[in-house]
Ligand binder design. Structure first.
Ligand SMILES: [Zn+2]
Length: 61
């Protein structure tokens, strides 16, 4: 199974900072160094970031 990775920069959708990505895979989660948002790599060509779905830690206690 070939694993595709990409290296480059993509823009954070939250704070519009350039985020440097090194050998990332699609659907990988990374963190924006600017605003700390969790970002998901949604595309490798071109490198595109989207806000990762927030896992609500609310299990109805
Ligand atoms: Zn950001």
């Amino acid at each position: 199974m070939a694993i595709q990775t990409a290296t480059g920069t993509a823009q954070c959708p939250e704070c519009l900072a350039d985020v440097t990505l090194t050998k990332v895979m699609q659907n990988e989660i990374t963190q924006c160094p600017g605003c700390g948002a969790e970002l998901e790599i949604v595309s490798l060509e071109p490198l595109t970031l989207a806000l990762a779905p927030q896992e609500e830690e609310d299990w109805g206690e």
